[in-house]
Design a protein around this ligand. Sequence first.
Ligand code: CAP
Ligand code: MG
Length: 436
Amino acid sequence: MAGYEDFVDLEYKPNNKDVIASFKVKVPDWETPEKAFGAVASESSVGTWTDLNIWEKYPHVKKVAAKVYSIEHSPNGYWIKIAYPEDHFEQNNPSQILASIAGNVFGMKAVDGLRLQDISFTKTMMKEYRGPQFGINGIRKIFNAEKRPLMLSVAKPKVGMTTAEHADIGYQIWTGGLDLLKDDENLTNQKFNPFKKRVTASLKLRNKAEKETGERKSYLINVTAPTVQEMIERARFVKKEGGEYVMIDIIASGWTAVNSLREECEDLGLAIHAHRAMHGAMTRNQDHGFSMNCVSKFARLIGVDQLHIGTVFGKLVSPKEEVLECQKNLTQVKVKPDMTHHYLEQNWEKMEQVFPVSSGGLHPGIVDKIMGLLGTNIMLQLGGGVHGHPNGSYAGAVAMRAAVEAYLDKISAEEKAKTCPELKIALKQWGHTAPK
Ligand code: CAP
Ligand code: MG
């Protein structure tokens, strides 16, 4: 037999060779909960809709079959835990993990809703995957910035500017006091701002800004490309031109692309900035999809160096408990389980940390709220909150840096604004309110 119920075993005790998945399940009223849960374990591991007599015909298949071992009925639905023997998965193949655990199951009629809340990886997997190349300390060394938040600005308008305009924006925010210029998620190699020209022109002005300020500056260059091969060519070009970073749209590009870029960046010695554009299609609905916490865990396992995790207060939906769980999984060694939100424990062993990036609708008047919530071991990104300054990008950068320094010096932004007219104008423009 191998009907759906055969994939439920509440006596089973998982061991350290099991990958554990935590799911929230909405059971259709025509289905029994046990069959619905068994369907998730069956379809995400070895079974299908009809009984194939698997255990009789192929008893060895049981060794890589998933089993539901925990069921919890809470006011907002059922929460289950499924154990997957780690041999079910191919080594160092994140796409295959997702094709199993986060594949067909989301489309099954046997569930009305399914949200993958967390996945915990095994110790073996921690050895199979590279993890981050630099870690937070390694990134801080690039900028000689031991404690403070690192400050980024993405050029706005997102796309459409010429290469010269884009590079000039970089020069303005670098000389205005920020550490990093960032390409926007949809700026790649368009006709009006070709990739190679943008890299060369921007890094030339970066070098000029470094000389004038005496500070390290860098540039998060988007290498998201039509093919993995082209993406790698672009990364190699960045290295040749003296860049320290590449940026990739991890969700739009896919995990195999991220893994390929990570492998190449090991040789090139380039840090990876992970932009998560499109994640909201999966992470926003609390009853169906894939949590941002899972995105963060794959990002650290594969080994990006920086990842956007949200703001709680900014323009994009980012629930507080999810932002905090992402920050834990990016920076801690041993993450404790969160029973309330059904997040699992995770031991990251010797994996380097990932720099959490808070971005999206931020401006100088609310960066203190972000640091109050997330601390200062973060990166802060302001696009509109710099380039929307009435006096332009340079003034916007000065205002952003002053607002961060005010927080670090434990004085109010208003106090700081007495000696920083650019901050005063920014506060007049945006106050302390977050955008809707
Ligand atoms: C921010 C941004 C980033 C978002 C991504 C944008 O610009 O460049 O892509 O922060 O969201 O295009 O919106 P603003 P998240 O600073 O002008 O908002 O960080 O949540 O992944
Ligand atoms: Mg953007």
